[in-house]
Design a protein around this ligand. Structure first.
Ligand code: TXA
Ligand code: MG
Length: 544
């Protein structure tokens, strides 16, 4: 099909173009029209055959109903079986404008428009070109967003041409869309009015007019298995660019730190303009952090830009969710398929024997930090049936296995620590597996949004410090450690000296650690810990 391009940016001057488009509509054809929210794919709402053409052009599922666009409030009475005063109050306040009202439908509204539901969605757009077109057509226009189903809604005529050229009779150019996200959808067909889709008319504004307004669960959450969508559009993956988008929950600082730690070369950041200087990745921006209107205006463009850049992995800033921000979150979260990560705190602790490393780890655990204990993991890699254990048996003799298949640690110890070469062999077999397990454990916790504390004797030597946001070295004076170890482990002074000699010098640790705790006090670690904890968590903020 040859698609006619019509300029109706100034409808009063371009009356010929408006009339041409209106004639197509009256003849049962589909025409793309600008609105103040996004471009729509319009057809005569009372003509089922014409409406079916919209579904075909978009590849839209038949059960997803369309919004009917009108030019006068009175047209509500042609479409709705009953018009409550609440609808008229809303129309008075917000029409023409980006609010769609759902009401019980009249029989004359075809099933194709309502997706088989008993209700109809109506809105009066404020875009002068849309208004002129509806008036010239002389019929209400059913119109979904003018994108191929599942792709971001078009906010510029160029996007409409990208998606629709050759599929419909005409595309009308009305300039760039003012709001950039689709209208607010509110149903009055429920006992209590319910927000089905947030938009530029905010929940707060609706509550001012109506009092109680419920927010449909699907606004910020994925549908659970078996749950039916109040608005059929909510059940489809929507607003989806081809890239895999993950929203990083939390503040700007959380976002920057997360990216510094977790992003790879070639990843993209979907962020606010003021974030750009703080990020080393290629950035696609969607407005300014404190201006949700700038975000709605830019978001769909930004999503399309990701595709143009052939982005694969995208990390997105989490917008504020109040006011118009609710619409931004709703669209972004859906584009991300509700995939979130949290920036977390990972603290690595290392320390000299007897300085209080285990106690410090416990104090972090009491604050809700998950503990990754290198010693416990080291033991676990030689568990019964593990590949590491099989390798050890091959090198150190099958008889290091007990009859039940578990490791005889004493026997292995005797052989592996007999000389330096054997110790090296032991380490070559076990260390890679231990490191891998620690690494996986830490990354899993970070993915789950959990703060973690790593108790790792060889934190710097193994490079595990790289996974940590902060490293802590805990130490104490020689005499104090001696006394602690003697009373704790019942070791002789000589045995303790021997253990301690195996360590690097202090400077190695103090130079590398972010924090050095000198635990010489008699009153325990509590005060030192609280001070440390306050510093470490200063930037960590929770968002609901
Ligand atoms: O701003 C907008 O609303 C744009 C412009 C073109 O007007 N239109 C738009 O249409 O976004 P569409 O089809 O992309 O989204 C309409 C949404 C869908 O989620 C649909 O399921 C829902 O409104 N909807 C339509 N009629 C409904 C009904 N009777 N009951 C429940 N949800 C309905
Ligand atoms: Mg749509």
């Amino acid at each position: 099909m040859n698609t006619l391009f019509l300029d109706i940016r100034n409808p009063l001057q371009n009356t010929d173009a408006v009339n041409t488009a209106a004639a197509f509509l009256r003849a049962g054809e589909v025409v793309a029209m600008p609105t103040e929210t996004v471009y729509g794919l319009a057809a005569n709402a009372f003509d089922s055959t014409a409406v079916h053409k919209i579904f075909a052009a978009k590849g839209r599922p038949q059960d997803n109903p369309l919004i009917v666009h009108v030019a006068y409030v009175q047209e509500l009475f042609d479409l709705a079986a009953h018009v409550p005063t609440a609808a008229l109050r809303l129309a008075e306040k917000f029409w023409p404008g980006p609010l769609t009202i759902i009401l019980p439908k009249k029989d004359r509204v075809p099933d194709a428009v309502s997706g088989g539901l008993s209700t109809v969605a109506v809105r009066m757009p404020s875009h002068p070109s849309a208004n002129a077109l509806i008036r010239a057509a002389g019929v209400p226009l059913a119109a979904p967003s003018a994108n191929i189903s599942g792709f971001p809604s078009p906010t510029d005529v160029r996007h409409v041409m990208d998606d629709m050229d050759g599929r419909i009779a005409a595309v009308c150019d009305g300039g760039n869309c003012e709001f950039g996200v689709e209208s607010t959808v509110l149903t009055l067909a429920t006992d209590i009015p319910r927000l089905l889709r947030p938009g530029s008319v905010t929940l707060e504004q609706l509550r001012e007019v109506l009092g109680e307004v419920q927010v449909d669960d699907a606004v910020l959450h994925p549908l659970q298995a078996g749950q039916t969508a109040s608005s059929p559009g909510m059940k489809y993956r929507h607003y989806a660019p081809l890239a895999k988008i993950t929203v990083v929950k939390g503040t700007a600082q959380d976002f920057y730190k997360f990216l510094a730690k977790n992003s790879k070369k070639g990843d993209l950041a979907l962020c606010f303009e003021e974030d750009v200087p703080h990020i080393s990745l290629d950035c696609v921006t969607f407005g300014q952090a404190d201006d949700p209107f700038s975000q709605t205006h830019r978001l769909f463009d930004a999503l399309r830009e990701l595709d143009e850049k052939k982005a694969k992995t995208v990390w997105a800033r989490d917008p504020a969710s109040d006011g118009v921000g609710l619409a931004v979150c709703n669209r972004l979260y859906r584009a991300a398929g509700f995939c979130f990560v949290h920036n977390t705190l990972t603290v690595g602790i290392t320390g000299i024997t007897g300085a209080g490393k285990s106690t410090l780890t416990k104090l972090f655990a009491q604050k809700g930090f998950a503990v990754v204990d290198a010693d416990a993991i080291a033991r676990s890699v030689t568990e019964k049936g593990s590949p590491v254990l099989a390798q050890l048996a091959e090198v150190f003799g099958e008889d290091i296995l007990l009859p039940d298949g578990t490791l005889d640690r004493r026997k292995l110890g005797a052989r592996a620590f007999a000389d330096a070469e054997s110790t090296q062999k032991l380490n070559n077999i076990t260390h890679p597996a231990i490191l891998e397990r620690i690494r996986t454990a830490v990354l899993d916790l970070q993915k789950d949004g959990k703060n973690a504390v790593l108790d790792v004797p060889l934190l710097f030597e193994t490079g595990l410090n790289e996974l940590c946001d902060h490293t802590v070295y805990i130490t104490a004076d020689h005499g104090i450690r001696m006394a602690r170890l003697q009373s704790r482990d019942g070791l002789s002074a000589q045995e303790i000296e021997k253990r301690m000699q195996a360590r690097f010098d202090e400077a190695y640790f103090t130079e590398r650690s972010d924090f050095v705790l000198v635990n010489n006090g008699k009153d325990g670690l509590d005060a030192l810990f609280e001070e440390l904890f306050a510093k470490i968590t200063a930037e960590l903020t929770e968002k609901p």
